[in-house]
Design a protein around this ligand. Structure first.
Ligand SMILES: Cc1ncc(COP(=O)(O)O)c(C=O)c1O
Length: 373
């Protein structure tokens, strides 16, 4: 994808904020608990490699990614920490994973047996590391019943090419005030764990929300994602146990400023018409950058003033109503603070009727990421 380095729209990523969030959470964990930083989806839009580097400095001892390619990207960049692919990778890639020391998430005995056959013919010497995923109620991937888990573990015990390194589950309501479903998942987790004679090296149940608000089921590793980026996993439902520092700021500039005469309209569909003469600025960002078309009527900050987005958001540009004339080149805050005023990713998400996760990882690669601190 083309990166817009000659246009004044950028995401400014605060490495100190990332560092502080990770280090503070790490300090809250029981001693000898590993923190695997979740860097999938380009580090939730913040930049996978830069986030990985800061995470290691802040105490992360491994990584979680969604797909094998993200793991290979980390390896090619020189990261030698353990990496777990959280999604299902086709067993035909077992030898590649073994060669790069990347752990696979597994949810069936079938997968293990197919992978073992692939490994046998591949000539790769290193065993493949696997973490067994347990479906305790997320309903996405993983073993469904304790008996199936037992069968897989028994089979693994006589298989030299595959190393049983971890076991985990994922909670679907850890970010909610109502804990009833969470407790059901914990009970299912306990039923699964009861069939295990020996615990593997990594036992992990905690995403950000579980780590922030729940007892971690005697795990010894957490998978920290959104909280590390300074975002409250619950949105506004639960109070953060410590102040999370947002790491992402979105900035642009006024590239065109004009006085719009009363009666003149703005953007596709002419959905906005000036009732009186007013000053209008154009920003070089649009829905092709992940700034959603639904944000018509939302606002940006110019010189500490909230300025409404008028007319439809175009693919690459949008217009805002200004309190008065500003020079072209005036900076605009689209996410972040400007004086006492602030627009958070949560505000953007609320307006779009979604969650901040989707907004953060939705900013496309056309917007350059600039790193500070
Ligand atoms: C299995 C698993 N663990 C951990 C995470 C990290 O979650 P969070 O960003 O809420 O910390 C995710 C994110 O989707 C996940 O799918």
């Amino acid at each position: 994808m083309t990166i817009g380095s000659h246009r004044p729209t950028r995401l400014v990523i605060d490495r100190q904020a990332l560092y502080d969030n990770i280090a503070t959470e790490k300090a809250r964990l029981k001693p000898n608990t590993d923190l695997f930083m979740v860097v999938k989806a380009n580090g939730y839009g913040h930049g996978i490699l830069q986030v990985a580097q800061t995470a290691v400095a802040a105490g992360a001892t491994g990584f979680c990614v969604a797909i094998l390619d993200e793991a290979l990207q980390l390896r090619h960049a020189g990261f030698n920490q353990p990496i777990l692919v959280l999604g299902i990778t086709a067993p035909k890639h077992a030898a590649l994973m073994a060669e790069y020391g990347v752990s696979a998430t597994v949810g069936t005995l079938d997968w293990l047996q197919t992978a073992a056959a692939v490994l046998e013919t591949s000539g790769v010497k290193q065993p493949l590391s696997v973490h067994l995923g347990l479906d305790t109620g997320m309903g996405r991937i993983g073993f469904q019943e304790p008996a199936d888990l037992k069968g897989a573990v028994t089979w693994l015990n006589q298989e030299a090419q595959i190393s049983f390194d971890g076991i985990f589950t994922h909670f679907s309501t850890a970010d909610a005030a109502d804990t009833a479903y969470f407790k059901q998942q914990v009970a299912r987790w306990q039923a699964f764990m009861a069939v295990l004679e020996d615990r593997p090296r990594y036992v992990h149940v905690s995403n950000s929300a579980t780590s922030l608000w729940h007892d971690a089921c005697n795990g010894n590793m957490i998978r920290l994602g959104v909280a590390a980026y300074g975002l409250n996993p619950s949105g506004k439902e639960l109070q953060e146990p410590f102040a999370l520092k947002p790491a992402m700021r979105l900035e642009s500039e006024l590239v065109f400023v004009k006085q719009l005469k009363a009666g003149r309209s703005v953007s596709y569909g002419a959905t906005y018409t000036a009732q009186q003469d007013e000053w209008v600025g154009t920003l070089p960002i649009g829905y092709a950058d992940g700034y959603e078309r639904r944000l018509q009527g939302f606002h940006v900050l110019v010189d500490g003033h909230f300025c409404e987005i008028i007319g439809r958001v175009c693919m690459d540009q949008l217009m805002v109503r200004l309190p008065h004339e500003y020079p072209e080149g005036t900076s605009v805050t689209m996410v972040g603070t400007d004086g006492d005023a602030e627009i958070t990713l949560q505000d953007v998400a609320d307006y779009c009727d979604t969650i901040h996760y989707e907004i953060a990882c939705g900013f496309t690669e056309r917007i350059p990421r600039v790193y500070k601190n």
